[in-house]
Design a binder for this molecule. Structure first.
Ligand code: ZN
Ligand code: ZN
Length: 367
């Protein structure tokens, strides 16, 4: 069943309170979510009774295939996307238009205001992102596929990993495995960080650090599912021990794992993001590593790798069934290295389901 019309109807309900004639959606991801259209340079205008996609002539065939039910405004050759938007709003006789203030650039907004001097532009909260927090069945299937791809690719990486490989060799190989397992691409450039470099939560793989340079490697990766029109992502982190297991590594690993399990146990509808974060954070603090865990506990993901909700110290968001989030505590000791464990969790009506299944016991991380 086509989900796009249902999503647009939900959006229509959610913008009622904003009291605007139309809502202008310029985020490409949001346009795609609401229409099924996978091209770019297009904007969707939603009013209480109409919906128009302002696009361009390159996409005529694709639009007919992907969202035939939509009314279109195709701008003529040479006209820019903002002209298309302005022409469509004029044609629809819109007086007040809500826009995605977190997306639309000041330059484009000013241009639109110049083109439409009598139209009032009102910033609107991130309504589509709020809808995207709750995943429907189709999205969940895509996310499960994306996780399965990521897990298969990681198993291949582990099996073929050589101590002589550089971080970059391993990251490149992982990207190849992801594609071979059915991904359209990696969800983001994989992180492969050896020893002390794992102390950088967002380490870039280098060509000089070798897997065998230290006792352990941190790998943070994900897939973008390859089914057409459903580029849903996954996001995992695992440690691989390639040398000896020191007591320090074991202590830190077990602390991170316990913190992660405790946070996952707390996930259910009605709980705040702050509460989930504090479950992991307090355990890490009690173990004496509080100041070495300096990022939020996790984040939603889906069409994008970082979406709402977010887990951090001040997160007021209340969990609802259908949200999909990561839980990824870490301890990073400058000069020594870092340990992070990241899994993907679905909030269910009664609690949660851990969607990822790669083993993470201390024994399982040895290679
Ligand atoms: Zn990650
Ligand atoms: Zn993540």
């Amino acid at each position: 069943m086509d989900r796009a019309p249902i999503r647009r109807e939900k959006l229509r309900k959610s913008i009622k309170a904003d009291k605007v004639d139309a809502y202008l959606i310029t985020s490409e991801v949001n346009v795609s979510y609401l229409t099924g259209f996978t091209g770019d340079s297009s904007a969707l205008i939603v009013t209480p009774t109409r919906e128009i996609l302002a696009s361009d002539g390159r996409y005529t065939t694709q639009l007919a295939q992907e969202c035939a039910e939509l009314e279109l405004h195709i701008r003529s050759v040479g006209r820019q996307p903002h002209h298309g938007i302005a022409d469509a709003l004029t044609k629809m006789q819109i007086k007040t238009v809500g826009f995605e203030a977190h997306v639309l650039s000041v330059a484009t907004l000013n241009t639109l205001k110049e083109l439409l001097p009598t139209v009032e532009f009102a910033p609107i909260p991130a309504r589509v992102e709020a809808l995207r927090m709750i995943k429907d069945k189709v999205e969940l299937r895509a996310i499960r596929r994306s996780i399965a791809i990521a897990e298969r690719a990681f198993t291949m990486l582990k099996a073929g990993l050589s101590l002589e490989d550089s971080e970059k060799d391993a990251a490149d190989a992982l990207e190849g495995y992801l594609r071979r397992c059915g991904a359209v691409s990696a969800a983001f450039s994989p992180i492969v960080a050896v020893g002390p470099r794992a102390a950088l939560p967002h380490a870039q793989p280098t060509a000089h650090a070798r897997i065998g340079d230290d006792d352990f490697v941190l790998v943070d990766w994900g897939a973008t599912d390859g089914v057409a029109g459903q580029p849903y992502k996954s996001d995992l982190t695992r440690m691989i021990v390639t040398g000896k297991v020191t007591s320090k590594f074991e202590q830190i690993y077990q602390t991170v794992l316990k913190a992660q399990m405790r946070a996952i146990d707390a996930i259910r509808p009605g709980v705040s993001g702050r509460e989930v974060d504090s479950q992991a954070r307090s355990l890490i603090e009690e173990a004496g590593f509080g100041r070495f865990f300096e990022h939020g506990l996790g984040h939603g993901f889906g069409l994008e790798i970082h979406e709402s909700p977010r887990f951090h110290r001040e997160s007021e968001i209340t969990l609802q069934a259908g949200m999909v989030v990561t839980v990824e505590p870490g301890i990073y000791l400058p000069g020594w290295g870092g340990v992070r464990i990241e899994d993907d969790i679905l909030v269910t009506p009664t609690g949660c389901e851990v969607l990822t299944s790669l083993p993470k016991t201390m024994e399982s991380v040895r290679n």
